[in-house]
Design a protein around this ligand. Structure first.
Ligand code: IPE
Ligand code: IPE
Ligand code: MG
Length: 242
């Protein structure tokens, strides 16, 4: 039996997270430990993402948001960056084939304007299929994503909008990449580091965090179970008393 309660859903006023976010970290170290190039770690990490995304869909998680490439990751070698972009291309091509069958909506969150024309074309195709699906699960891939960058963009977009309302938290949220989505209930970071690294800064204001030393390519369904079980043991107070 799963170590957490699969019956509990947010809709029922209980505690299966509606939105899980993951900082997919540890690919490079996973490869290094095996004497492989870092790019082999990214390929293994991409497989883990496929597996974990299917598992979340099967559990009935509504939103899964993963950090695939940050606004700071351009500091890496050209070879590593291009390997990651190649994996993204492969994933999007596959998604175009399989999205209808698997019934998972896919969104890319981040500044995609600097990606290659080919990638932008694939993202457009994925998002056009997306709007025709009636899925329970949405997978958000954060690519060239930075939390601070997102907030600055949102403020600028709000400022430029002739129909803008008064600047409130709710108003600004409409201009974030995550507009219309619930905030993440649970943020998971594998790979042993205990930091946010510019991920979902605005949205994780009241998220529960779960850190594990497991490197992302080694992350399994059982690790997800353990994270959800930990989440279910938390007392979310939102600054109040409960
Ligand atoms: C996460 O793994 C993937 C990206 C940041 C693109 P890393 O590549 O950061 O792996 P480590 O942290 O070096 O092990
Ligand atoms: C965070 O991991 C970014 C992604 C997982 C895409 P990093 O490996 O880039 O983070 P730092 O450098 O350890 O903070
Ligand atoms: Mg890392």
């Amino acid at each position: 039996m799963a170590p957490f309660d699969k019956q509990k859903t947010a809709g029922q006023g209980t505690v299966l997270p509606r939105h899980i976010a993951i900082i997919m970290d540890g690919n490079g170290r996973w490869a290094q430990k095996r004497g492989l190039p870092r790019t082999a770690g990214h390929a293994a990490g991409a497989e883990t993402f496929r597996r974990v995304a299917s598992y979340c869909r099967d559990l009935g998680i509504e939103y899964l948001t993963v950090y695939a490439f940050s606004t700071e990751n351009w500091k890496r070698s050209a070879e590593e960056v291009s390997a990651i972009m190649g994996l993204l291309k492969k994933y999007l091509e596959e998604a175009i084939e399989k999205m209808r069958r698997e019934n998972v909506r896919i969104r890319i969150l981040g500044d995609t304007s600097v990606l290659s024309g080919e990638l932008r074309g694939l993202i457009e195709r994925v998002e056009s299929i997306d709007s025709t699906l009636d899925s329970h699960t949405q997978a958000n891939l954060c690519v060239n994503y930075g939390g601070r960058d997102e907030i600055i963009r949102a403020v600028k977009a709000w400022q430029a909008d002739p129909d803008r309302g008064e600047l409130t938290e709710r108003e600004l949220s409409k201009y974030l990449y995550t507009a219309g989505m619930p905030d993440p209930d649970l943020v998971i970071r594998p790979g042993g580091e205990e930091r946010v690294s510019n991920f979902l800064l605005w949205q994780s204001a009241y998220s529960e965090f779960y850190f594990t030393d497991t490197l992302w390519p080694d992350f399994t369904e059982r690790d997800m179970d353990a994270a959800i079980a930990s989440y279910q043991s938390r007392n979310r107070r939102y600054g109040g008393v409960k």
